[in-house]
Write a protein that binds this ligand. Sequence first.
Ligand SMILES: Cc1cc2nc3c(=O)[nH]c(=O)nc-3n(C[C@H](O)[C@H](O)[C@H](O)COP(=O)(O)OP(=O)(O)OC[C@H]3O[C@@H](n4cnc5c(N)ncnc54)[C@H](O)[C@@H]3O)c2cc1C
Length: 396
Amino acid sequence: MKHRIVVLGAGYAGAFSATFLARQLHSDDFEITVVNAEPDFVERLRLHQLAAGQELRHRPLAEVFAGTGIRLRVARVTSIDAEHRTVTVGDGAGIDRLEYDTLLYALGSTIADHGVPGVDEHAFHVAARPAALRLRARLDELGEGGHVLVVGGNLTAIEAATELAESRPGLRVSLVTRGELGGWLGAKARSHMLRAFDRFGITVHEHTAIARVEAAAAIAADGTVFTADATVWAAGFAVHPIAAASGLAVEPNGQITVDQQLRSVSHPNVYAAGDSVFVIGDNGLPYPMSCASAGPTSKAATAAIIGDLTGRKVAPTTFSYIGNHISLGRNDGLFQLVDGDARAKPGALRGRAAARVKSAIINTAAWAVSHPTFGKPNHKYRLATTREHSPDVVAA
Ligand SMILES: Cc1cc2nc3c(=O)[nH]c(=O)nc-3n(C[C@H](O)[C@H](O)[C@H](O)COP(=O)(O)OP(=O)(O)OC[C@H]3O[C@@H](n4cnc5c(N)ncnc54)[C@H](O)[C@@H]3O)c2cc1C
């Protein structure tokens, strides 16, 4: 019987990992199944563009996985039984149970509501494609003069507010944040961003925490009422509760607790990558939930899986964090580098050049999920007859 590898999620981490494993492992010995809620590879980094009304390139997973032998199961994961090595999935046809020998968990994240009442019921968001499409439909209804309130002051909020304002100039866009808008940016980058907000006519309310969201307003902790035809919640990400409910060891925030090889500390045949995994970066800080982290964590998890299953040595992966690229509409942007303590460096690439760099990075990330070996030779490693988990880190 073949060794069954099941990959949960086909976003940046899951899709890349699955195609990489399929290219490195021998199909006589391994069977790889990917479960994903949607039939497409969704470029999550562009979902604010989708919400704003732009069309994104359609990337069917059947094409991404073509020729790899990967079995695609379009279904929603509802639970995992880590003790019995099963995953329960549901689709239009009903509920099914998949058995695995090795599991890679890469279900990503959704919005963090921070316990604020009304977010689930009344707010829109851009953290998943269905949600971005719901926001887009709402904006279509509003037409000229509609008022959109973006809640949040970090990357997604900045990108969403500027994208909506640029693509839909008839809307009134405001942003409310409990801290300083882009407060972590270097001085030059921040003033560039604020100029963009001015140019787009976005009203900014800083140091204001939203305590409740209603159908037509967001209410601040001090009682201030921000009326809005659509409130867009962009105040950070949180992981799905599935891992915590599965019996896997998780951190207080629900991210899966792993060893240096990204193996679950409670269930070593389970690996995690992307937003779902808790990793301390090379700078000693928790690795941020970002596409930039999905790459190294996928690389580490797949190297460990290959090492553990085929008896090969595992090279250490570095978890570096160099900075962020931020779009300010389609023709403007920022590329803010950070130092070893994750503090913004004084300079930043700004303007059209930064927008071009960002677009190139996003396109490369999408290309990489179907070209995970970047042109290097594929291998066909066989399943080791006796297997031991690889030691924490062994030099290549
Ligand atoms: C609008 C926006 C802009 C962003 N911009 C940037 C940026 O500029 N730079 C950056 O580094 N990061 C950015 N991010 C963050 C980045 O998108 C995520 O960190 C990254 O996608 C994480 O990759 P992942 O594979 O862990 O999760 P995802 O890419 O979210 O993939 C998870 C996959 O799992 C599937 N899934 C989820 N739940 C289930 C379920 N129950 N059953 C079956 N399938 C399921 C989803 O459909 C998805 O395909 C942005 C995010 C958003 C929303």
